[in-house]
Write a protein that binds this ligand. Sequence first.
Ligand code: ADP
Ligand code: ZN
Length: 292
Amino acid sequence: MKYGALEAGGTKMVLAVADENLRILARESLPTRTPEETMPAMIEFFRKQEVDALGIGSFGPLDLNPISPTYGYIAKTPKLSWCDYPLMPAFKKALSVPCLLDTDVNAAALAEAKLGAARGLKNCVYVTVGTGVGAGIYCEGQLVHGLMHPEFGHILLAPHPDDPMPQGICPYHRGCLEGLAAGPAIEKRWGVSAKELPPDHPAWKMEAHYLAQMCVTALMTVSPEKIILGGGVMSQRHLFPMIWRETERLLGGYLAPVKDVSALIVPPACFPDSGLIGSLLLAKMAKEERRA
Ligand code: ADP
Ligand code: ZN
């Protein structure tokens, strides 16, 4: 048995093949160009590897409603050449194997829940803070889908009173989580890339405040047993203690059984492959005809 995985990102496509124990046998990375340029190379890779099933964790938004005529399509996305592209149907047709598609962050949440930081738990939220902010939600042992899929990166936040850019930069909502706390928002606010900001810069206190607001919202809604924070911005590990302290402050003692959030808000254990491993798990589910 060979499982194929595709982690489809806006800048690169990461492909892998694994055996039935999810040991990776081959992997490849391709730049994301147009579907006409990128799809044939990906199909060729999976054909050569003779995969028995394919799991895809993709940038979104995606149509994940199995009874929709456009099930498995990428929906309206700023990556214009991929707008309305039938991503999963195209692979199904070309490879004739079972395929399962989910968001990249839902795939990452699945990997962390089955094999990583939330192993053995039934509820977790995986958040990536990078070029955008995205979140996958695993609840009661299942990935959450509904009207669409969670778009937790666009929850609305209260601006910090000292924020020099309180209006945010999301083209849809201005000051949503992504508009205030993703890498480009940090760069716009301070005029320097997040990578270059020293740990004592006021940027981090503000970032911790926004991410703590997100953690409180997650805790108060889906009640995760772990909140896993990944993505480029979270490689600034000094952010974790700042987020713990700020989350506790904002909770105000309300979640009484939670005394110390440091065990609750953690980095990914499958880093940097959470999305890819999650996609392999989707392939396994596709083969077993289970829905994520
Ligand atoms: P993507 O979200 O595109 O998949 P990343 O998760 O690496 O990729 O996110 C890129 C964003 O994260 C950029 O805005 C960049 O400024 C920021 N970033 C990347 N690495 C770091 C770092 N070490 N420290 C702070 N910010 C970083
Ligand atoms: Zn937004």
